[in-house]
Design a protein around this ligand. Structure first.
Ligand SMILES: *Cc1c(COP(=O)(O)O)cnc(C)c1O
Length: 402
């Protein structure tokens, strides 16, 4: 089956995606190639997943090593790579305990179930309200998509899980009014990713912490996109000096291998007693061995400092391009999670820029229809940033002059 093409997708795949027209077949670092040998600079990074670039040699060897030893056992047994990875996550963060899943959505599903269980065991079954925020994104299972604040993703899937309230992000007064003793959890992304690269304010983060303490609600941070080095710290909460009770990670956690994790303080983790939750593949030896290596490579001062330097270069280049073409209102985000919000003249046209960028051999993302998003590998080089930004400038010129 070597003659599959992009057209094959439309024939045999469920039409829930609309992939771009090229099919990458090989990757190395921040570069990808299609089967005709065309080379691309990758600033999409598998949607903030390939934090160490494509096929990082140390990840490849961790995968190969483990592949010849042991892949899967089920949770009837534990395994060494899972224990090692959990230990590293506990050492490196606020958390005391770890639960492994296979994706971000599953990690959040575990976190939301934990919050309900904790409240019903320690308080009452009436304490079941989850407070979340508009434009947030927490995954595509029915529970996680319902907690997420984007109605377009739940339309037609009703009836939805109940007891979820969506408030305006970063609005402290509204939050103060809404939280009560019926609240079991407040859930937020430190930087809303899919919603448009919108960072939480310091005051908002502190208020969430304060209100969770006051009402015995679980503070859940979804760090699936912001986590593992992306913002220049291991996790984004470390910028705020505010610790969550529960946090989820995925995407960069496995450097491209599917894995998710829910991290929790002891007191909250205790709610998920034997038999209350589980996953057949969650915590499999193969995924954990790769993630364990990814953790070592990302949890490195030089790499994390480099993220801020690389961001500075992106910002300089974006500003230069904007001075010439006037397409953005604002460049925002943290570290190498960069959002460029299009101005009124280009409202709704993010996809046009992405399609044009691909024509100039550069891959990037959008975060909603009005925001261009860059989420490159954390080890992208200066020369690669410059090369990608030259391509971006050509793409911008093409859209602006069309
Ligand atoms: C990607 C993402 C998810 C969902 O992760 P999946 O692995 O696709 O299930 C959840 N929350 C945030 C913030 C994300 O960026």
């Amino acid at each position: 089956m070597t003659n599959v093409t992009r057209e094959t997708f439309d024939k045999v795949m469920v039409p829930n995606y609309s992939p771009l027209k090229i099919i990458p077949v090989k990757g190395e670092g921040a570069k990808l190639w299609d089967k005709d040998g065309n080379e691309y600079i990758d600033f999409a990074g598998g949607i903030a997943v390939n934090a160490l670039g494509h096929c990082h040699p140390e990840l490849v060897s961790a995968l190969k090593d483990q592949a010849s030893k042991l892949w899967h056992l089920s949770n009837v047994f534990t395994n060494e790579p899972a224990l090692e990875l959990a230990d590293k996550l506990v050492q490196g963060t606020f958390a005391d305990k770890v639960f492994f899943a296979n994706s971000g959505g599953e990690a959040n599903e575990a976190a939301f179930k934990l919050a309900r269980k904790y409240a019903s065991e320690n308080f009452s079954s009436e304490k079941n309200e989850i407070i979340s925020f508009k434009q947030s994104f927490h995954g595509r299972t029915l529970f996680t998509v319902s907690v997420g604040g984007q109605p377009k993703y739940t339309e037609g899937f009703e009836p939805l899980p109940q007891g979820i309230t969506h408030l305006e992000f970063n609005n402290i007064e509204m939050l103060e009014q809404a939280v009560s003793d019926k609240t079991c959890a407040i859930v937020l992304e430190p930087v809303q990713g899919e919603g448009g690269i919108i960072p939480a304010t310091q005051a908002f983060m502190e208020k969430v912490r304060e209100l969770c303490d006051k009402h015995n609600a679980v503070m859940i941070l979804d760090e699936i996109q912001t986590g593992m080095g992306r913002t220049g710290k291991l996790f984004a909460y470390m910028h705020f000096g505010v610790e969550p009770d529960v946090m989820t990670s995925a995407k960069a956690l496995g450097g491209g291998f599917p894995i998710g994790a829910m991290l929790a303080k002891e007191k909250f983790a205790a709610a998920l007693k034997v038999g209350t939750h589980g996953s057949t593949y969650g915590g499999n030896a193969l995924g954990c061995a790769v993630a364990s290596k990814a953790f070592d490579l990302i949890n490195n001062e030089a790499l994390l400092n480099g993220v801020n330097e690389k961001r500075a270069l992106f910002e300089t280049k974006l500003q230069m391009i904007n001075e010439k073409y006037e397409i953005f209102d604002e460049v925002r985000g943290k570290g190498l999670l960069i959002g460029a919000a299009l101005n009124d003249k280009y409202v709704g046209r993010a996809r046009d820029f992405i399609v044009a960028a691909l024509e100039h051999n550069m891959m990037m993302l959008m975060a909603g229809p009005n925001v261009l998003r860059f989420a490159p590998s954390l080890v992208v080089t200066e020369a690669e940033i410059e090369q990608g930004m030259r391509a971006f400038e050509k793409a911008v010129a093409q859209v602006v002059n069309a």
